[in-house]
Design a protein around this ligand. Structure first.
Ligand code: ADP
Ligand code: MG
Length: 573
């Protein structure tokens, strides 16, 4: 074996660069964080070829003094960390690693001019080799230019994806930072195209600018607090789901994060109102006491450690659960657009449906009769006026909106919520097994499961210890038909490793509930009496989450009188 020796600073920086600057997006993020930490009110980011060939970040912040430029690009040199116990970290940066890492992997130029300094000064680092500090032309603030990222670390360069993919990731990083700092104006230019250019604004304005006005307008405000932690923000109703998680922003103590715990909590909060593979939109802000938070988990600083992970998780799930459980209001119903309502997936079939459409109209006196007591503001789904194809209920609300309800989807949700209520009330029936099943598991997992015996029993799952690394299953939840006991236990053990709530079991019970509900519900194609239709509408108004079925599809659509006026051209767009 060769003798032990210290690595050169250049090598150390290249190794660190691998962690801190994983890809162009990470360099962009670090530079913008520096601009924010410098108190900039305006930040411009210019990317060429996805940031691979060039990244430029210009800010009007405090700047770096001439005598400090050489230190700024030294490893572990920072002006930010004042609490060496790492508890009070109020800046985005604190590790003093970003600039030396970028300088080790690429060509970095810093041009900076603080207030009160006659001119700007410039320093360059290329592949770890530091140049002289020289005078340069420059505005107040700092301009950082990164060229040829990873030219000095070819091992990493190989892992770069296409400029387009890298550019997208870099744009996402700037988007998240812009979400976290609405009072700072941001301009992002990629390949000479302006991606966004947003002024200093309040939070609502920033959400509208970066989520889109229509989406932001349909989102619901939420606010919750628990043991010193506060949660605020906007979350979309289920009908606003997306194919990706792009419209999700999490900011913790002012820091944009992509924390797995928060992402998971959001997913769980929506799990039975949004279809598989779809994602909610949300902009959430958490304020957590500094002592209950560790931001120093990863060099990239995008993950956190919460002292009370379960508390945070329940806060998010609980607050969104409440939001989604708000009774039906027409404001949150997806609008009925011609394309959506009348031209579904298979147009030929739809057309045929229309030709054969059977409209069972209530007699006019009956409709009027239901309009007077049934269609007040307390009844946003209005009074039933007709049934279409024995499948959809057509109703009229007091404000003139027309509402179409899918009778099966709606009733399925009502049944499911009722069954869920029974489960919540602790009446989960357990089905004892004729022959108890022994499940072999790694010892740590078996122990973890057995530590939760009581919780599991309340969910209808009875287990006991059966020697080291084995668990005996005596009973399973009756609602689950022929569950695979071993698979269920393994999923649960894995989940208990992450958190203390048995999400797998709840999710499976939810699935079972949805199946049961589906079987017990009014079918499409059944003719309903006016009384039955109105009873269904009234029950929907009083039931949480009645706006979507358990597969995340809408249960009703609305056409407001304003939209009708627009469609008929009576009013401008
Ligand atoms: P950190 O941000 O963790 O302190 P960096 O390597 O990113 O480490 O930056 C080192 C130092 O350089 C910072 O502490 C700060 O003093 C200075 N600096 C970097 N970028 C800027 C900027 N845009 N404006 C003002 N000062 C900056
Ligand atoms: Mg920094």
């Amino acid at each position: 074996m060769p003798p032990i020796r210290l690595l050169s600073p250049q090598t150390i920086n290249r190794i660190a660069a691998g962690e801190v600057i994983e890809r162009p997006a990470a360099a962009v993020k670090e530079l913008v964080e520096n601009a924010l930490d410098a108190g900039a009110s305006r930040i411009e980011i210019i990317l060429t070829e996805g940031g691979i060939s060039r990244i430029e970040v210009i800010d009007d912040g405090s700047g770096i003094a001439q005598q400090q430029l050489a230190l700024a690009i030294e490893r572990h040199a920072t002006s930010k960390l004042t609490d060496e116990a790492l508890v009070r970290i109020v800046t985005l940066g604190f590790r003093g690693e970003a600039l030396p890492s970028i300088g080790a992997a690429a060509r970095l130029t810093l041009i900076s001019r603080p207030v009160g300094q006659d001119s700007a000064y410039k320093i360059t680092v290329a592949g770890g080799l530091v140049g002289e500090v020289t005078p340069a032309a420059g505005q107040m603030g700092t301009r950082a230019i990164v060229e040829d990222l990873f030219y000095a670390t070819p091992a990493r360069k190989k892992f770069l994806r296409t400029p387009r993919a890298e550019g997208e990731a870099a744009e996402r990083a700037v988007w998240r930072l812009a979400m976290s700092a609405p009072r700072v104006s941001f301009r992002l230019v990629a390949n000479e195209r302006v991606v966004f250019d947003v002024p200093a604004q309040d939070e609502a304005g920033r959400i509208a600018a970066l989520f889109g006005r229509e989406t932001a307008g349909a989102m619901l405000r939420l606010e919750a607090a628990r043991e010193g932690v506060t949660l605020s923000g906007l979350a979309g109703p289920a009908s606003l789901s997306r194919a990706t998680t792009q419209l999700q922003s999490f900011v913790v103590n002012g820091r944009p994060v992509q924390d797995p715990l928060l992402r998971m909590a959001l997913r769980l909060a929506y799990r039975d109102v949004i279809a598989q593979g779809r994602h909610p939109v949300a902009s959430l802000r958490l304020e957590v006491p500094e002592a209950a938070l560790d931001v120093n988990v990863h060099p990239a600083k995008t993950e956190l450690r919460f002292a009370d992970a379960n508390g945070i998780r329940s806060l998010v799930i609980g607050a969104i659960g409440q939001l989604l459980a708000r009774p039906v209001s027409l404001a949150h119903a997806p609008p009925l657009r011609p394309a959506m309502a009348f031209a579904p997936d298979r147009p030929s079939q739809a057309a045929r449906g229309f030709a054969e459409a059977e409209l069972s109209l209530l007699t006019p006196p009956m409709a009027r009769q239901f309009t007077a007591p049934e269609a007040g503001p307390a009844h946003p789904l209005g009074a039933a006026i007709a049934q279409i194809l024995d499948t959809y209920i057509l109703s009229l609300a007091a404000d003139g909106a027309l509402v179409i309800t899918d009778q099966h989807a709606a009733h399925e949700r009502l049944t499911e919520e009722r069954l869920r209520g029974e489960f919540m009330a602790g009446r989960v029936a357990a089905q004892p097994l004729l022959v108890p099943v022994v499940v072999d598991l790694p010892q740590s997992e078996a122990a973890r499961l057995l530590a939760h015996t009581d919780t599991l029993q309340r969910l209808g799952l009875e287990i006991e210890a059966f020697g080291p690394g084995a668990v005996l299953v005596r009973a399973l939840p009756a609602a689950l038909k022929n569950p695979d006991a071993a698979g269920l236990l393994r999923d649960l053990a894995e989940e208990f490793a992450e958190s203390d709530t048995p999400v797998a079991l709840e999710a499976r019970l939810d699935g079972a509930l949805a199946r049961l509900a589906c079987h017990r519900s009014i079918r499409a194609g059944r003719r309903l009496s006016p009384e039955e239709m109105n009873a269904l509408l009234r029950e929907m108004e009083g039931t949480p989450r009645a706006g979507t079925c358990s597969h995340g599809r809408p249960t009703f659509l609305k056409l407001s009188s304003a939209e009708m006026e627009k469609m008929f051209g009576r009013r401008g767009f």
